[in-house]
Design a binder for this molecule. Structure first.
Ligand SMILES: Nc1nc(=O)c2c([nH]1)NC[C@@H]1CN(c3ccc(C(=O)N[C@@H](CCC(=O)O)C(=O)O)cc3)CN21
Ligand SMILES: CC(C)C(=O)C(=O)O
Ligand SMILES: [Mg+2]
Length: 305
């Protein structure tokens, strides 16, 4: 849906104000310009260039091999397509866990080179000094607690977290510490819904849930999951808003069948000979180079129009 009123870019204060106004925050991941443009046209508040790209773009089993360079590459692709949505970019594994100095430098690269308006990083205790340094540099930080995928080996898999009372108490305390350290929002991933509801009510910054129930101040899903692009991935927390794997396969099969039957391309997809070439005497080529039956060429790339 293209809204009739031109929308304004979504800022960090806008996102925080959503909670005060009782309006849920909507976040979707994107990794390229084509899909980022589709998301941006649909009144989504935040586009996240997630390190989940290690899985959905690169085909790894986890997110641990993603580098700052990969994140910058995808952030730049997405940035060019955004008009309104806020762009937040994940800090990849080991780009902020070593020292606060390395963390602020890498966060700065995601902003300067990737075009991020904020960064997201996982965890609490060991990364609080890093968060404080990044916030002090003027870069807004989104926290991420619970099933933090960069700790997959420590968890022994992508398992729901904070299910016992000690772990729940730790998560409550971590959420408060992240707010205190200056985070403007927190992703709560893979935790019991009642705990997420309680934590959300205890904070003045919005929580954005994924597998954390309806009591969060917003929700996020990975684009491939909500579009149903991978039939082999359907964990409990995912709702498919489309099942696009089927029509996409049908399109590829139809193309293959057409090519093999020599049914594509038809005359309407083919170019004629230039008028100037059929004339007897060769003359200087007129500019622009276009045949009569060719539509005007679109200039520029696949950026926003
Ligand atoms: N496509 C995609 N979607 C995601 O949500 C996502 C990624 N990739 N990559 C990064 C992390 C990894 N995530 C995952 C991956 C698998 C489960 C999963 O299989 N969960 C099961 C088991 C839960 C349990 O046993 O405690 C589930 O049914 O939810 C959960 C989160 C979330 N993130
Ligand atoms: C699932 C979201 C919250 C994320 O961190 C990612 O896509 O990497
Ligand atoms: Mg992530």
């Amino acid at each position: 849906m293209v809204p009739s009123v031109p929308r304004k870019p979504v800022t960090v204060p806008d996102i925080v104000a959503r909670k005060r106004d009782g309006v849920p925050v909507v976040m979707v991941t994107a990794y390229d310009a084509t899909f980022a443009r589709l998301v941006d046209a649909c009144d989504v508040d935040i586009v996240l260039v997630g390190d989940s790209l290690g899985m959905v773009m690169q085909g790894h089993e986890h997110t641990l091999e993603v580098t700052v360079e990969h994140m910058i590459y995808h952030a730049r692709c997405v940035r060019r397509a955004l008009r309104c949505a806020h762009l937040t970019v994940d800090m990849p594994f080991m780009s902020y866990q070593t020292t606060p100095e390395a963390a602020v430098e890498n966060a700065g690269r995601l902003v300067k080179e990737g075009g991020a308006a904020s960064v997201k990083l996982e965890g609490c205790a060991r990364v609080l000094p890093a968060i404080e340094r990044i916030v002090a540099a003027g870069i807004p930080v989104m926290g991420h607690l619970g099933l933090t995928p960069q700790s997959v080996h420590a968890f022994g898999g992508f398992k729901v977290q904070a299910r016992n009372s000690d772990a729940a108490e730790r998560l409550r305390s971590e959420a408060a510490q992240l707010e205190q350290a200056g985070c403007y929002s927190i992703v709560l991933e893979g935790i019991p819904a009642p705990l997420a509801t309680e934590v959300s009510a205890s904070l003045s910054i919005p929580t954005i849930g994924i597998g954390a129930g309806k009591g969060c101040d917003g929700q996020v899903l990975v684009m491939q999951d909500l579009l149903g692009l991978d039939d082999s991935f359907k964990p409990k927390f995912v709702k498919r808003y489309a099942t696009l794997a089927d029509p996409i396969r049908e399109a590829f099969s139809a193309f293959a069948a057409d090519v093999r039957a020599r049914a594509f391309p038809g005359p309407e997809h083919s170019f004629g000979i230039k008028k100037s070439r059929v004339r007897a005497a060769p003359e200087p080529e007129p500019e622009p180079e276009q045949t009569q039956d060719e539509p005007p060429r679109r200039t520029g790339g696949y950026g926003p129009r």
